[in-house]
Design a protein around this ligand. Structure first.
Ligand SMILES: O=C(O)c1cc(=O)[nH]c(=O)n1[C@@H]1O[C@H](COP(=O)(O)O)[C@@H](O)[C@H]1O
Length: 232
């Protein structure tokens, strides 16, 4: 099976627009991400439809709770047959280890990754939290914590991928949102890179939403990005 690098974020309020977009794309070209908005509106039924069409799904619910609650939520998410799920690294070591253990006991364990520092956040946002670190320092610390806890990878900005590749090795998955082709609007993202820059820096997968979903021709936008990154 092909291993498409692009994960298209289906950030929609309901099933109809999400399915309409999925029908225009194809599993050879991309994976799909279902996040909080869409999953809250549609529940697992939509995942089944998308998976029946052959798409691998990143279920992005960013669990962050006490260890037992997070572990049980991860178990429930893993039982849906998705390709990847995530938690927040800020939940700490005990939560991460509990999540990893819960997922590892599933029949078909999905990849489990941890969100480090949201790509919408910048130095000022970190200072506002009372944390005395640069984005790079904070992301590296959280990525090492996730790796030590047995997770498969992290969500980070592509601006940190070169640093994480050096410290976490080549097998650790680096999933990077905040991807913006040249001339695309930043929207609410802060730490962004182009698709080529992100892959050259060491990203494993690129999460891309609005630059594709809000394009006049989403399939063409996806094909354009895939042709820019071919061979990287
Ligand atoms: O976990 C994520 O996927 C995620 C983490 C992060 O730090 N930043 C981030 O943007 N995301 C998600 O990635 C997608 C980015 O969408 P666009 O900004 O439209 O490309 C959204 O669905 C976000 O929820």
């Amino acid at each position: 099976m092909s291993d498409p690098k692009i994960i298209v974020a289906l950030d929609y309020p309901g099933a109809a627009p999400a399915l309409a977009l999925a029908h225009r794309l194809s599993p050879e070209l991309c994976r799909l991400k279902v996040g909080k908005e869409l999953f809250t509106a549609t529940g697992p039924a939509l995942l089944e439809k998308l998976m029946k069409s052959g798409f691998e799904i990143f279920l992005d619910l960013k669990f962050h709770d006490i260890p037992n609650t997070t572990a049980q939520a991860c178990k429930a998410a893993a039982s849906l047959g998705v390709w990847m799920i995530n938690v927040h690294a800020l939940g700490g070591r005990k939560m991460l280890e509990a999540a990893q253990l819960a997922v590892s006991t599933c029949a078909q364990p999905p990849k489990l990754i941890a969100v480090t520092l949201l790509t919408s956040m910048n130095q000022q946002d970190i200072s506002d939290l009372g944390i005395n670190a640069t984005p790079g320092e904070m992301v590296l610390r959280l990525a090492k914590l996730a790796q030590d806890s047995g997770l498969d990878g992290v969500v980070c900005s592509a601006m940190e991928t070169a640093l994480l590749r050096r410290h976490c090795g080549s097998k650790f998955s680096l999933v990077t949102p905040g991807i913006r082709p040249l001339e695309a609007s930043l929207d609410d993202q802060s730490r962004v890179m182009t698709p080529e820059e992100a892959l050259m820096a060491g990203s494993s997968y690129l999460v891309i939403g609005r630059p594709i979903t809000r394009a006049v021709d989403p399939l063409q936008a996806l094909l354009d990005i895939n042709s820019q990154i071919r061979g990287l």
